[in-house]
Design a protein around this ligand. Sequence first.
Ligand code: ADP
Ligand code: MG
Length: 626
Amino acid sequence: MAESGLLQIRDPSKPYGKPVGIDLGTTNSLVAFVDELGATSAIPVDADGSRLLPSVVHYLEDGSTLVGREARAKLATHPHETISSVKRFMGKGPGDAETKKLGHYRFRAEPGDAIVRFDVGSKIVSPVEVSAEILKTLRRKAEAALDEQVGAAVITVPAYFDDAQRQATKDAGRLAGLEVLRLISEPTAAALAYGLDRRARGTFAVYDLGGGTFDVSILELVEGVFEVKSTAGDSSLGGDDFDRALATVLLEQLSGAVGRDLAADPFAIQAALHAARTAKHELTERENALAVVELPERTIEVEVSRAQFESLIGSLVQRTAIACRRALQDAGITPAQVDGVVLVGGSTRLPLVRRFVSEIFGGKEPLGDIDPDRVVALGAAIQAENLGGKPREDLLLLDVIPLSLGVETMGGVVEKIIHRNSTIPTSAAQIFTTYADGQSGMDIHVLQGERELVQDCRSLAKFRLGGIPPMPANMGRVQVTFAVDADGILSVSAKELTTGAEQSIVVEPSHGLTDEEVEEMLIASLENAEEDVAVRLAAEARVEAERVMYDLHKALESDAALLEPGEREAIAAAEAKVREAMTLSDHDRINVAVADLDHASAAFAQRRMERAIRNALTGHSVEEFE
Ligand code: ADP
Ligand code: MG
């Protein structure tokens, strides 16, 4: 940094100074850069040279913060004033499952609050603000190490992050004074770090087991272009769960030893978690370790063997196979078709995890020679350099959309506009017609999910397109366009095509979905597929029936004179049958009743048409029309 009094001169080709790559992790965060020689390295954030900044923020009484290891040390003594794993809350609402999970967080919900907030004693903070503290610290460390201004970054997010979570991450970047050049997915960053983009082609799996999350992605490289073919994961699975599994056992044993129940004591829990984590790391290198739990009354040591630990966490590790299989299936490939597996995340150091990954992907030795903690940050740095320095046009990064996006149509049915696993950036448009005569506006309800009905999908936003000029039903044409940008942010616009009247919104949904919720929605959509189709067909049949009856009523009003004796009664009887059929969800019955109604009113319709033709012909000789 320039000293005060000196002028700072900026390179106009790099208006934001040195671009850096940031891995904003659940457990640890890192910042990395590419030097003049093209070498990529992570920047030390601690006096002892550690590159990992624990993603923990502690709030002091005056509202100032400690970030990183010092903050982590406060977790045991100041659980309420210290926020860890804030990434889990990015873009989340107070009602989200994540929010309700065990934790030492003290939530504060203002009435009508759409986002989670934490009460940290001296103030109330949002996840975006907490993340911004972590980013600010990384930025300052980078500026000190590089002796240069740092104003722009590529930040990585899990491939599964939805709009709200991505938007929250971008906001945190801006709040930390960083121009967010781009958000890229963590697996894509890891693949870049391995230089996999320099190969001619290939299919790769990225297995990322961190502290708090598990993600697996299948990437396909075709001539320098990466495409995320599929992603799957589990946002509640990671090294923290291994710590918890061991800590729970420790607490049970210790409760007996000290003669009080420690299972709900926040200080004992933190102490046991700390001991469990330290022992876990040791067990990666050795067959045996001592878990040392420092309680206020006394310090207790428990011996743990690797075999014991592995049997404790075996089922947790096993759970990653579900997502791996789904990712393979979604990408339409078998394990044998995977050319390489990249290991990401500190937890992939565990020997058990390495054995397991190799097993899932058909016995292949996974790529693990780049430090699994750093690999994502290094890839992000490469991307930052590409965007902020000399752009490399041959490199295009593609992410996918986790759940389909669509709009509500008549009958409470969802019309999908952008399908799940579409690569981003992407856009798609569809034309809808007005439903009623003289309809002056159209409500656009944006939904996310795989199910057919609005009630089973997640509502993202609603807006109204007004100013549609008076027109008969079905004549107004509204084009609805969905566009998802390279950062995964959705914008929706609606345009009436005759007048050009237009309305648009950027969807910044108030809260996100957890990976489990995404998973649940997908499973539900598969399980309910048949039923959903039936319900959808019935809903569509009902809409069509309403339209037929609406047209018929209009005709009856204006042309009652054309009715013959008994005809009105016959039509009314057929209409009653339609209404009755509409209460059931059998589309065939509705369609049959509508056909009967058409039949009952056919003669009347014929007379109206003949009269219309006669009127049109009045004054013209018949020959003109031949
Ligand atoms: P995140 O992406 O969630 O920020 P990281 O990739 O930094 O997480 O991984 C952190 C996790 O890795 C923690 O649970 C930590 O305990 C675990 N970890 C780090 N080193 C080791 C090791 N040597 N053996 C086992 N687990 C480790
Ligand atoms: Mg990570």
